[in-house]
Design a protein around this ligand. Structure first.
Ligand code: SF4
Length: 453
């Protein structure tokens, strides 16, 4: 059967989609990139914000025409929204055939078989996966970065605003031997870089293997040039972990560490279990591990504005923390209440106008800092790996290539044609708040010293 999977939301969904593709292909199904020829369409959904769910509902409506025409036999919703909404979805959308949660990824072939036997709707919402210790077959037809590898799933932290612990269940870490096998099969497929993922990736522990030890083990895989990971929780950061980032050859010098707020009062209401002082200590130590910290390392974060009860003073403390840390990038959001979470029940909700105004101020400040940080890189020489190529009507070929530190360098119409995965040195020539621009430096003629790790 020809199938099409569309993923929404986080990197875990991208990984889950790859895992389902591997399993479906192994069972003889075939992926297609054309909706009109798909007999099975799976929407791999996100429930983290209201807007994400609305997008999925809109998409379901758009896909109905394929059902009406008869080309689409089965339409399914998987992922966090499937788990959260469950049977209610099949009542709201009578033409839906399958609803499953993230825990049912490993059962996808069995669920499709059930559809083929005439069962409808098919539901699998049991929550926790029983196939966690399987090596998923690699379905990738071509190399596409970033390539994720899930090392743990679920979350025990229960931040008061977050739906994830209710949709993805408690924290489970995968056996390191299984992970190493999966990582090796990706390297054999041609991947030079892998991103280890988990809801709180640095809480990983399996027996006596904790996260820094796992980094050390993955670092030894022959042929693997770059290791990234996301997303870390401040409460599980150790100096040993930060030392591993600074010292292991293939672990990239980028720490994405969500802070969410700079106010201790709000952090406590969020139940984040750290203070702004704890957070500042971690980021100071991380930057101190590099001789030229703003050049050799990258620090990024997530921030929520307008959490229930956030005052102007709380918000000012967030701005103050941003000025102190000088993040290289940030994902910034307005708080979005999620039914079933404690924060959604809090009485002192912030109005949307205030949230929007705070978000705008936050974005302006962060953009200014990111632009200033980027300027430090102009004139530096560094290794990049090509991730994407596009064709611009005026500029010609534009390559997006990533530094070890995670930042993107754009190469405009260079003399040589590159392929995804090519690695070489560039000289950074210009920047904006979001991007760096550079030229390849194949002959090593640039007089500047190699500064970026
Ligand atoms: S750490 Fe908090 S925000 Fe992150 S997944 Fe767990 S509950 Fe959600």
């Amino acid at each position: 059967m020809k199938y099409y999977i569309q993923s929404f939301g986080c990197q875990m969904n991208v990984y889950d989609a790859k895992s389902m593709m591997g399993l479906l292909n192994e069972a003889g199904h075939e992926s297609t990139s054309h909706l009109e020829e798909a007999e099975l369409i799976l929407l791999n959904t996100c429930a983290i914000r209201e807007g994400a769910e609305q997008r999925v509902r809109g998409r379901i409506g758009q896909l109905k025409k394929y059902k009406d025409r008869g080309s689409l036999k089965y339409l399914g919703v998987c992922g966090c929204m499937g788990q959260k909404e469950g049977e209610r979805l099949t009542r709201d959308v009578p033409f839906l055939d399958l609803v499953m949660g993230p825990g049912a990824i490993g059962s996808i072939v069995r669920l499709v078989d059930a559809l083929e036997r005439g069962n409808r709707p098919v539901l699998d919402l049991h929550g926790i996966d029983d196939d966690f210790d399987e090596v998923y077959p690699v379905a990738d037809e071509e190399i596409v970065y970033p390539r994720f590898l899930s090392i743990m799933k679920g979350c025990d932290k229960k931040c008061t605003y977050c739906i994830v612990p209710y949709t993805r269940g408690p924290e489970r870490s995968r056996d390191p031997q299984i992970l190493l096998q999966e990582a090796e099969s990706l390297v054999q497929k041609g991947y030079k870089e892998i991103t280890l993922i988990g809801q709180t990736v640095n809480s990983y522990h399996f027996g006596d293997v904790h996260f820094p030890k796992l980094l050390e083990m993955v670092n030894q895989i022959a042929g693997l040039k770059r290791i990234r990971f996301a997303t870390s929780h401040p409460n599980s950061v150790t100096h040993e972990m930060l030392d591993a980032i600074a010292t292991l050859d293939h672990v990239c010098e980028h720490l994405h560490l969500p802070v969410q707020s700079g106010s201790n009062r709000v952090l406590a209401e969020m139940d984040r279990n750290y203070t702004r002082e704890d957070y500042l200590e971690i980021t100071r130590y991380f930057r101190s591990r590099f001789k030229a910290p703003l050049i050799q390392s990258t620090l990024t974060t997530d921030i929520i504005v307008g959490f229930p009860g956030e005052t102007e003073e709380d918000f000012e403390q967030t701005l103050d923390l941003i000025r102190s840390v000088r993040f290289d990038g940030a994902f910034m959001f307005k708080y979005s209440p999620r039914r079933g979470t404690p924060a959604a029940e809090m009485e002192n909700q912030v109005d949307d106008f205030t949230k929007a105004r705070r978000l705008e101020r936050l974005i302006q400040l962060q953009q200014q800092i990111a632009g200033e940080n980027n300027r430090w890189l102009i004139g530096q020489k560094a290794e990049v790996m090509v991730e994407r190529v596009s064709h611009h009507p005026k500029q010609g070929r534009v390559y997006e290539a990533r530094l070890r530190t995670g930042r993107i360098v754009k190469l405009i119409n260079p003399e040589i044609e590159y392929r995804v995965g090519d690695m070489f040195d560039v000289i950074i020539t210009d920047c904006s708040s979001y991007s760096l621009y550079g030229n390849p430096d194949h002959d090593g003629s640039n007089p500047k010293q190699l500064e970026i790790a």
